[in-house]
Design a protein around this ligand. Structure first.
Ligand code: ATP
Ligand code: MG
Length: 260
């Protein structure tokens, strides 16, 4: 059965989307069939994997994750091929209103789980990119998920807010999704020359021994350039330090899952 992994951290700009996109492509390059679900109204995962020319048509098509969430279309109609083994359910312009629209529904936190059920097993991995909040969209993702990956930016206050996310995960485990696991924490934007980066890395490892991925993502300009080309860094500059780090992360994740 396909594993549904949610990339979440309610702090903004910590590398969620960068991790979701590069992990999706990284797993695809290792022969996995992957569905990337862009559950963020900002739509950065969609624009980070599909070039501008095709993206506009796709977003205005009326066939996005939004229409699937509100029950207007089956999820299959929203899924497009992005690469040979990587598929995308894009964010759409109306997704920003979805939290309000879903709020009054019965079973409002189970909607994503239900709509994904018929297609989930068509993939080895479903990777969900979430917005920087613990709102209804992120909640839907966590209820549907097998596991969570939490990117942590190596900056001051990296741990701030993490307790809210962990508390949410604990609550969901106790009620709506008892099988929810934490695959691990990924240190992002690590700068080896910056003492603070090392301090944060040590701090995170101290708090979460065995949960921190060995593959640390360095601060790397190629990672910030690649989305504007609609490419992962693995395609944009496969020899870059950023590409190497995300290839390692994909391999480490596969190894962890093999061992578990
Ligand atoms: P949001 O909360 O807004 O969804 P996010 O957590 O998804 O943000 P990203 O969009 O992945 O964060 O990253 C924030 C910015 O930092 C982006 O411009 C991205 O290109 C850049 N970035 C992410 N990771 C790195 C890195 N390792 N090195 C350099 N730039 C990076
Ligand atoms: Mg994002």
């Amino acid at each position: 059965m396909g594993r549904l992994i949610v990339v979440a951290n309610q702090k903004g700009g910590v590398g969620k989307t960068t991790t979701a996109v590069n992990l999706a492509i990284g797993l695809g390059q290792r022969e996995s069939k992957v569905l990337l679900v862009d559950l963020d109204p900002q739509g950065n995962a969609s624009s980070g994997i599909i070039a501008d020319t095709r993206l506009a048509e796709l977003k205005s098509s009326g066939k996005t994750i939004y229409e699937a969430l509100v029950g207007r279309i089956p999820i299959g109609d929203a899924i497009r091929s992005a690469r040979e083994r990587v598929f995308l359910a894009p964010s759409g312009p109306d997704l920003v209103g979805a939290e309000i629209e879903l709020a009054t529904r019965k079973g409002r936190d189970q909607v994503l789980k239900q709509i994904l059920a018929p297609v989930r097993d068509d993939y080895d991995f479903v990777i969900v990119d979430t917005p920087p909040s613990l709102g209804l969209l992120t909640l839907n993702a966590l209820v549907a998920a097998d596991s969570v990956i939490v990117p942590m930016q190596c900056e001051y206050y990296a741990l701030e807010g993490l307790s809210a996310l962990l508390e949410t995960i604990k609550r969901i485990r106790a009620s709506l999704n008892s099988k929810l696991q934490i695959d691990g924490l990924v240190l992002t934007m690590f700068d080896a020359r910056n003492r603070l980066s090392h301090e944060i890395a040590r701090e995170v490892e101290k708090h979460f021994p065995e949960k921190v991925f060995q593959s640390v993502i360095p601060r790397n300009v190629r990672l910030s350039e690649s989305p504007s080309h609609g490419l992962s860094v693995l395609e944009y500059d496969p020899k870059s330090a950023g590409a190497e780090a995300y290839r390692n992360l994909a391999a480490e994740l596969l190894a962890r899952l093999d061992g578990s």
